[in-house]
Design a protein around this ligand. Structure first.
Ligand code: MN
Length: 291
């Protein structure tokens, strides 16, 4: 096993609003080497760093919009998100919870701050990831996996280092709770000050992390502060994360889907023609109806 070194550390770029409820720093796909091909299967990562939203009677969020060809994964760290979709699904993602939505052949949905949270106001912190689907699954039936904090597998680290909450894939002998179409490892390491966790992923996987809380040291030498993103080299397999103070770190590793990508807005397909089809189908109302 050889060490996996850091390829680059990215600071959060200037935030922008998605609708009026999500104040996000975009990390993927961004110009500086974090493009969809390099990061595959992670084709989008928007991060709402901790941000205070004042009380309001009208929940903030993003209105009805379509998706086709991939999965959206929303991880709630602070605050609550309510969602509804055109297949009749809906629910609330609470703190520590994850919504894994397979848009696949197409859904319309909307994403809003949950009503009580909106009325009270408070800190809001969220990650939304898009995980690509292989060509053979892009037009499969849409589905949801709703994982509350209690449903996520927890791996206890030795020496009071903390825990690793495994959303998908595997950490050591602990299996993640969500099912995936291609090999994806997704986990939150919650480390106590002075705690360390080691990670090992196959060389050909694309691997990155985002520091959600606290600050960390990677491989014993590289210090990475809050809200910073780390891309690892593909070479090497193992790395360590140590907490300089209590820390929460989102760790992602996935097998790249080596297929052509044709992306436009909320549609990610393999060819230009499939993109045109998606836009047509959306305009023809084939994604269903949602108020
Ligand atoms: Mn969406």
């Amino acid at each position: 096993m050889s060490t996996k070194n850091i390829e680059l550390v990215a600071e959060p770029r200037a935030p922008h609003f998605v609708g009026d409820g999500f104040r996000v720093h975009n990390f993927i796909p961004s110009g500086f080497r974090l493009d969809m091909e390099r990061m595959s299967p992670f084709i989008m990562l928007d991060y709402n760093s901790k941000f205070y939203f004042p009380p309001t009677d009208t929940p903030r969020g993003v209105g009805v919009h379509p998706h086709r060809g991939f999965e959206t994964v929303t991880i709630a760290y602070k605050g609550k998100v309510a969602h509804h979709d055109s297949s009749g699904g809906g629910g609330v993602i609470g703190e520590g919870g994850v919504q894994w939505m397979t848009a696949a052949s197409g859904v319309l949905h909307k994403e809003y701050h949950e009503e009580e949270f909106s009325k009270a106001g408070g800190d809001f912190q969220m990650v939304q990831l898009w995980v690509n689907l292989p060509a053979k699954d892009k037009m499969s039936k849409p589905k949801y996996q709703a994982l509350s904090a209690e449903e996520i597998s927890i791996h206890e680290l030795p020496d009071n280092s903390g825990t690793v909450e495994v959303i998908a894939g595997k950490y050591k002998d602990t299996k993640g709770s969500a099912s995936t179409f291609t090999p994806v490892h997704m986990m939150n390491a919650k480390l106590n000050k002075g705690g360390t966790a080691d990670f090992s992923f196959p060389e050909n996987f694309n691997t990155c992390l985002l520091v959600i809380e606290g600050s960390i040291t990677v491989n014993g030498t590289e210090q990475v502060p809050t809200d910073n993103f780390v891309l690892f080299e593909t070479e090497g397999e193992t790395f360590t994360v140590s907490a300089s103070e209590d820390a929460v770190v989102l760790v992602l590793s996935g097998e790249p889907i080596n297929e052509p990508i044709a992306a436009q807005g909320p549609f990610v397909m393999n060819t230009r023609q499939e993109l045109m089809q998606a836009i047509n189908d959306f305009n023809m109302g084939k994604f269903g109806y949602l108020e």
